[in-house]
Design a protein around this ligand. Structure first.
Ligand code: GUN
Length: 293
């Protein structure tokens, strides 16, 4: 009798923790080479307010910096800090030669102008790649600081060694932090890129064309197995807390893994890669600051 089950293939899991470990070792070596020259790469993170998720992210960033042997410092500022106080802190870090990377954790409280804050970070220390100059550099294919999450996705794709050139890449989500920079990185790798949003009419028409599908909408489990092409590479950038307290992605893992060729889990997929690429950008900033990059 024909057995359907024998015929069904489950996707390969892209293990972000494992790839992160390998990549962190590479950057640890580069950081060690700098330290032998008397240069300690340093990252400063500014966090304004009490957002609990942001606090956890910032702590995780500091832990990974220490693991790789970087200097890291966290500047916690109260929720009611004025915009000028934040700008003053950034200017002081811009002038600090021991600090090579500056990151202002987002979101910021509503009374602070995010654009103004991001434009105040020195271009050569902008390890998030959010300054308009660095956004322009990304768009023109000359980036020195690819934003960490899409950079982490790019690194994952390189590790699993799937073809990208000429492939259909579909991104669901058009944020400045993930969707838009992801599109430009994939475009630079010669993929054919479509950007959709959670509002796209007949989203399935697009997602089912994707050889590479990157989802970053913040809507739990919105991409289901019937929306995915057989064998596709599915990258889930979402981190949502479900009603029972579990972390879930923007992709319905159980149904999509039956169709996709590769899939990232949540947690343990893109998350660890984001922090790893922050380390990469910080070490590179330190190399460049010393004429070594
Ligand atoms: N908040 C969520 N993701 C990010 C990020 O990549 N960088 C910063 N600065 N804030 C964030």
């Amino acid at each position: 009798m024909y057995n359907l089950k024998e015929n069904s293939m489950s996707a390969k899991i892209i293990d972000g923790k494992k790839i992160s470990k390998l990549v962190r070792l590479e950057w640890k070596e580069r950081a060690t080479k700098l330290k032998e020259k008397g240069i300690l790469p340093g990252l400063a993170v500014i966090i304004v307010g009490e957002d609990s998720a942001s606090k956890i992210y910032v702590r995780n960033k500091a832990n990974v910096c220490h693991e790789v042997g970087l200097h890291s410092e966290i500047h916690e500022m109260p929720e009611d800090s004025s915009e000028e106080m934040v700008l003053k802190q950034i200017r002081s870090l811009n002038n600090n030669v021991d600090i090579h990377g500056i990151l202002v954790q987002l979101p910021l409280p509503d009374h602070i102008n995010v654009a103004k804050v991001l434009e105040t970070i020195a271009v050569e220390k902008d390890v998030d790649g959010f300054h308009l100059y660095n956004v322009g550099a990304l768009v023109t294919g000359n980036t020195i600081f690819p934003p960490c999450t899409p950079y982490g996705v790019q690194c994952m794709l390189e590790h699993i060694d799937v073809p990208i050139e000429g492939q259909n890449a579909v991104i669901v989500g058009r944020s400045n932090i993930v969707g838009k920079p992801m599109a430009f990185l994939l475009l630079q790798m010669n993929a054919t890129v479509s950007i959709c949003t959670s509002k796209t009419r007949n989203l399935k028409q697009y997602t089912s064309m994707a050889d590479i599908l990157v989802v970053a909408t913040g809507q739990p489990k919105m991409i289901t197995g019937d929306m995915v092409k057989e064998g596709a590479v599915v990258i889930d950038v979402g981190i949502n807390r479900s009603d029972d307290g579990k972390l879930v992605g923007d992709v319905d893992f159980d149904s999509v893994k039956e169709v996709a060729g590769y899939i990232t889990p949540v947690p343990g997929g893109v998350g660890p890669m984001t922090i790893t690429m922050l380390v990469a950008n910080t070490v590179q900033a330190a190399e460049r600051a010393n004429g070594l990059g």
